[in-house]
Design a protein around this ligand. Sequence first.
Ligand code: HEM
Length: 298
Amino acid sequence: MHAIFLVVRIVDENSSAIDTVRDVISGLEDLVKTVGFREPRIGLSCTVGIGDRVWNKLVGSRKPAELHPFREIKGAKHTAVSTPGDLLFHIRADREDLGFEFERLLLQSLGDAVVVEDEVTGFRYFDSRDLLGFVDGTANPIGPDLADSAIVGSEDPDFAGGSYLVVQKYLHDLDAWQKLRTSEQEEIIGRTKSDNIELDDAAAPDQKSHKTLATIEDDDGEHDIVRDNMPFGRPGRGEFGTYFIGYGRALWVIEKMLERMFIGEPEGKHDRILDFSTPKTGSTYFVLTQPMLADLGD
Ligand code: HEM
């Protein structure tokens, strides 16, 4: 499995650029078919998230209840930066050439209506491990819980079926990480490294693990999100990264996770994954359902 994360900015939100973009994204499914039909078994897909800044011009309707730009979160030691992005394309395929071809045609049709802010190609690494060496994605909801965690429901009827989307591009200090003992790494993540067993929260009473900080619980129970993180990198340039991508039914849940990671819980006790991982980007979007997206073209 490969994924391309393409973040673009619309050049001038008052000009014909908006019309061009609206045309292209309303026909996204046709473009997926055009490329995907040539290799049906490769499972090409693309979702597009639309950012707050261009929402009114591009979509025209009122905004999804919680949509706003990514808010920087400044902890004592680490900052979740907010960076520009009007559209995020999440392109997935089992083979890199299909994703490449799709992205090429997509950018060709967008032309000079957009500028590319960021472009990352990620890959599945062994048994779904991140470059820190841990299996990533295990606690993702499955079955009926998946839609319940990622898809807006009757709480915002105009946007039911859609999803909030947050992305961050992290770069790792792999040398420093590899100097830790495996047991220290496991305490930071909250799972064992080789067989991926969850550690008891009590194992890290002082500074909570990533797993614990990213678990949001209240009187309504646990609030999950759906993650599809991908490793990326260029060893020759010392670049080793994780592209974080989270889909949520509620934006506050993803923001709460980020707050607990960067500010810490209790305050000051941040997620130590951040001592080895620096976010270089951060942006927020809303993903419309396919029929809503197609309707934009009318
Ligand atoms: C450097 C970036 C990150 C890396 C390498 C990373 C890696 C991991 C790993 C290895 C796990 C344990 C296995 C699993 O359940 O998937 C995990 C769990 C999790 N992560 Fe991350 N993560 C990163 C950033 C984030 C961010 C930014 C968020 C949220 C805003 C997040 C949310 C979660 C959640 C919700 C869980 C599951 C917790 C549970 O219920 O057990 N992660 N992550």
